[in-house]
Design a protein around this ligand. Structure first.
Ligand SMILES: Nc1ncnc2c1ncn2[C@@H]1O[C@H](COP(=O)(O)OP(=O)(O)OP(=O)(O)O)[C@@H](O)[C@H]1O
Length: 278
């Protein structure tokens, strides 16, 4: 049985709620993808969101980022309901995400991909852009500074001018994170960032997620790799069939009977085993 590193007591995970999922349900035809789900993401914490395939994790992200409207319940960010805000408005509020399947513009350079994120806060309009007003040029300059700084943070600065499709798989995953971080979010939602990674890459990713938190961001992490999620998260929430079945620090979650049952009776220690279909 492999030893799973457990994150220490949540030094920074005891802040006020930055994002609250409050009694959220969403139905697709006859399927309740989320069924009265409530949990908070506290300012400054790394919260892991886990659950077997089809449990509703990505749907949760989609509700938080304006892709879907909940059938009932609400999501609040920094105390304000998201309401019917569109995706770009939610990005401007301070929520950014990456996707389970990499979604980059392959024929644009790495830098241009990140600039798409940096543009999220631009206030200038088409007229400003056409006439290259001073304000527009300042926004462009600031956007590029942000993009280059974030790329440096992610170790991608030397790849800035390379087409995104020519980057290695691991670099493309980091580029997605760079693009999300360039929107200057308060909450960064990562959807299976370790998918396809080898153990060394997973260890680097854990380190990166901690460094992202150390920059003052709050992180919500969907991840199937148990040793990663248990090792890096301050707290973990568990979904099964659209319901929240547990929430707590990693040590509690690993020993929670409902969580163990949800994972087909597998001891949570063993859940990093690929056989467990995670
Ligand atoms: N747009 C949609 N229309 C219909 N059903 C959907 C839609 N989106 C999600 N679902 C269904 O909702 C349920 C939850 O899906 P979701 O993708 O949120 O699960 P997940 O926990 O992220 O799973 P995985 O770990 O496999 O990515 C699944 O049964 C899925 O088929």
């Amino acid at each position: 049985m492999s030893e799973i590193p457990v994150a220490g007591q949540p030094a920074t995970g005891e802040g006020a709620a930055l994002l609250s999922v409050d009694d959220v349900s969403i139905q697709f035809g006859g399927l309740k993808a989320l069924d009265h789900v409530s949990f908070d993401v506290r300012e400054g914490e790394i919260l892991g969101l886990i659950g077997p395939n089809g449990a509703g994790k990505t749907t949760c992200f989609n509700v938080m980022t304006g892709v879907y409207q909940p059938t009932s319940g609400e999501v609040r960010f920094a105390g304000s309901p998201l309401g019917r805000r569109k995706r770009f408005a939610i990005t401007r509020l301070g929520i950014a995400r990456t996707f389970q399947n990499i979604r980059l513009f392959g024929n644009m350079t790495a830098l241009e991909n990140v600039l798409v994120g940096a543009d999220a806060h631009h206030r200038t309009n088409v007229i400003d852009a056409l006439f290259r007003s001073p304000r527009h040029r300042r926004e462009e300059r600031e956007g590029e500074e942000t993009a280059r700084e974030v790329m440096k943070f992610l170790g991608l600065e030397r790849r800035a001018d390379e087409l995104a499709r020519n980057l290695s798989y691991g670099e493309q995953r980091r580029l997605e994170i760079a693009r999300a971080m360039a929107t200057k979010p308060r909450l960064l939602c990562l959807d299976e960032p370790a998918a396809g990674f080898n153990p060394a890459e997973k260890a680097q990713l854990m380190d990166l997620i901690r460094r992202i938190r150390d920059r003052g961001l709050t992180v919500l992490l969907i991840e199937h790799d148990m040793s990663l999620v248990m090792g890096v998260s301050d707290r973990v929430a568990v979904l099964e069939f659209g319901r929240k079945i547990a929430e707590g620090v990693p040590a509690q979650i690993r020993n929670d009977p409902a969580v163990i049952a949800a994972y087909l009776g597998t001891e949570v220690d063993d859940l990093d085993d690929e056989e467990a279909n995670l």
